[in-house]
Design a protein around this ligand. Structure first.
Ligand code: SF4
Length: 284
């Protein structure tokens, strides 16, 4: 190489070195955290619910014959999560227990939570609940034994009547349990964050109507006048914000609205689950 070519070559190496290093680091990391690595596991402990939200699919859980996941099946899943073969491939950090239904309807909820807490202490266990069946006796045990690391729920209205028209469940009981959770958490000095989502009737109905020109499926046979639905998001803020422990807790507005409950309006294509598999669930 003559002098000129050597200079160009060394400049080229200088420019490309950071890129080369980045590629090497990514290659190295991908051995430990492969692309297909799972980071979250969602357990559907129940496919029944004590609510019937307008934004929850009509056919949710209908095709699942066994309505509650058994402790025995959770044990099997936990064994797999703990196995070195699984841990080599996946980097699971979070287990969510409220997938697809109301986990607290499952009679084995406490043994299941204790099992996860004991066997997988490094994982964060999170639960989305409507607080209807997360009753004071369960709240006490969960808080005392530190069985959850995060609790989420939706408060979609500040008055019982509108709340019932969105969720078909008892607003008074929900608020009673939510307030109990907050008070006991303070008393026991537990550091479990609370996330409250808000999807008001106004936001949901207008979003579905504006995007798809129709009312939500679950309201179709009701006589609804869009102009008469009041935007009560400010009322929800006034009700919820003073209860929360900031900045640990959060109130968020569900944005954007997802039309997963409106499949028969032609919004969503059927998802093909056939190619997915889980060795723990196979044969159950
Ligand atoms: S609380 Fe959740 S699972 Fe139950 S009906 Fe509402 S959206 Fe569906």
């Amino acid at each position: 190489m003559n002098w000129h070519v050597t200079r160009v070559w060394s400049k080229f190496q200088q420019w490309t070195r950071p890129l080369y290093l980045e590629i090497q680091i990514k290659k190295g990391l991908s051995r430990y955290f492969p692309r297909e690595s799972l980071t979250h596991i969602n357990l559907s402990l129940a496919t029944l619910c004590s609510s019937n939200c307008i934004f929850c699919p009509v056919e949710r859980g209908v095709s699942v014959r066994q309505k509650f996941m058994s402790l025995a099946l959770v044990e099997k899943i936990v064994r797999e999560l703990k196995s070195s073969a699984f841990r080599r491939k996946h980097n699971v950090q979070i287990i969510s227990i409220g997938e697809n239904g109301d986990a607290f309807l499952n009679k084995e909820i406490l043994p299941i939570l204790r099992l996860i807490h004991r066997e997988l202490p490094h994982l964060k266990v999170i639960c989305y609940t409507n607080f209807r069946t997360f009753t004071p006796d369960l709240i006490d045990i969960v808080l005392k034994e530190n069985l959850l690391n995060f609790v989420g729920c939706n408060i979609d209205s500040a008055d019982g009547e509108t709340y019932f028209s969105i969720k078909r469940t008892d607003f008074k009981k929900v608020m009673e349990h939510l307030n109990y959770f907050i008070a006991r958490r303070r008393k026991l000095r537990r550091d479990i964050p609370l996330g409250i989502g808000m999807l008001t009737l106004y936001a949901y109905v207008h979003s579905i109507y504006n995007n798809f020109g129709d009312l939500p499926l679950k309201l179709k046979d009701k006589k609804i006048n869009l102009a008469e639905i009041r935007d009560d998001s400010e009322d929800v803020r006034k009700l919820i914000l003073p209860l929360l422990d900031h900045p640990k807790d959060k109130l968020w507005v569900t944005q954007p609205v997802v039309g997963w409950a409106e499949r028969s309006l032609g919004l969503c294509q059927k998802i093909d689950y056939a190619h997915l598999s889980c060795s723990s669930l196979a044969g159950c």
